[in-house]
Design a protein around this ligand. Sequence first.
Ligand code: ATP
Length: 357
Amino acid sequence: MTRIRLTGLTKVFDGGVTALDRLDLTVEPGEFFALLGPSGCGKTTLLRTMAGLEQATSGTIRFAERDVTRVAPGDRDVAMVFQDYALFPHMTVVDNISYPLKVKGRAKPERTARAEEVGRQLGLEALTARRPSALSGGQQQRVALARAVACRPALFLFDEPLSNLDARLRLEARGFLKRLQRELGVTTVFVTHDQAEALALADRIAVMESGRVRQLGTPREVFARPADTFVANFIGSTPMNLVPAEVEGDRLRVAGGVFAAPQGVVAGSAKVTAGIRPEYLRLHDAEPTDAPDAPTGTVSILENLGATTLVTVDCGGESLSAVVPEDAEPAPGSRVWLTPQPGRLLVYDNDSGELLP
Ligand code: ATP
């Protein structure tokens, strides 16, 4: 199992675009690590630079303790799986899987045996004689994974490995990919712009913007305590409530009401932004006795999320959203009060956008 250590990694393309900006990052041995961020933030460039398909402008890349910054792609002991799978159309499944072993000069019997073994591991045994054009998207994706696995590399680098699959297959493939990575224990970095995929799969996530890491943490950490409003906006399938607020002593004035301020948020007149996930906001149909000044308002929109409902409440000139179980859905137009679940209210500095304290 290999540790990846990136130090001061910078990539400036001809024409002056800085895709990676003095990036420091360590991926621990055996970790399933996601690079997440909006289009253009540098995820693919980072993956390609690790693979050696792009040359770093400055900084270093170490795999284990080996400096591979200037090492050719073929000598880095990594296997990359591309978004479009990049299978050879004229080759059968078994030849596709064993191709990298051929490049490494392994004898044909060994290549075929390994390809068949890995094909079995990935549920491809009935398909080994087919060509890629006779496979479904999900099967092609498995062949691409099998080809990566067959090389027994020290690292896997996956570029949006699930993005060409339809929604159902994608879910299936997620579970499959996670099991496979666990079984093999190979350090894996995967790129995705899909926050739900990163949350579901990764041990840790680096949320990137403009060639830098905005937050590094476990899925739970980046979901529950986004380090800044950029991450807060990016993570979560229903967007976080981010509303103007004012600190008054140990209270936070929000949406015409008052919440207890989180511990450590310093009293003062500073205007800040309150952040609370809809999942962590409770609705009450009467004024809560333990939170007499809680924001109150009128239910304006109900959105069905399946077993839950997203409720939008207009209060104090702001809109706040809460996720409630379907059987606790309030009537449209009814009056409700809102309180945060304990420890879930966050406060962001308006100038820096960063989480306080
Ligand atoms: P996406 O999710 O859209 O693939 P990304 O986060 O992977 O985006 P990159 O593809 O790494 O982003 O691109 C980062 C920045 O570098 C972008 O501004 C992009 O236009 C630029 N860029 C990428 N490749 C090149 C290139 N070969 N030449 C010049 N600029 C490039």
